[in-house]
Write a new protein. Structure first.
Length: 132
């Protein structure tokens, strides 16, 4: 971590005041859609009720040894990175239960982490998948 990054975080924290909101962990399976119009309405309703998504949790399935299936799942997860950023969640927790082909999955998850970084979302993995 660079010194500049540390200083900018500290400056932001120095100006903080408590907010009357409750951070929540939101399960992706409860979302009706990842479309911006739906997410905008959801974010508004959550805010009106004093909630702020801190983490979006999504289950991932990489059970097929097929590049197309892996890409399709990676695309779905990328939609959830965008959803987390749109909702203001700082973290996307991806739970991976089964990985058929680590050779196919690891590059897809590495690309997903890069996308999450660009969107300002921290990607965490649990289950059978890891990233170096």
């Amino acid at each position: 971590m660079s010194t500049t990054h540390s200083q900018s975080v500290q400056q932001a924290l120095d100006g903080c005041r408590p907010a009357d909101v409750t951070p929540i962990r939101l399960d992706a399976e409860t979302l009706d859609s990842t479309a911006p119009s739906y997410l905008r309405d959801l974010k508004s309703e959550l805010g009106e009720n004093g909630y702020q998504p801190a983490t979006l949790v999504v289950d991932a399935e990489f059970e097929e040894d097929c590049s197309l299936a892996t890409q399709k799942e990676a695309d779905r997860l990328r939609d959830h990175v965008r959803a987390a950023a749109f909702l203001g969640a700082g973290r996307l927790d991806v739970i991976v239960d089964d990985v058929c082909s680590t050779e196919k999955v690891e590059p897809a998850l590495a690309a997903l982490r890069e996308r999450a970084d660009r969107e300002g979302v921290t990607l965490t993995l649990s289950g059978d998948a890891t990233l170096a």
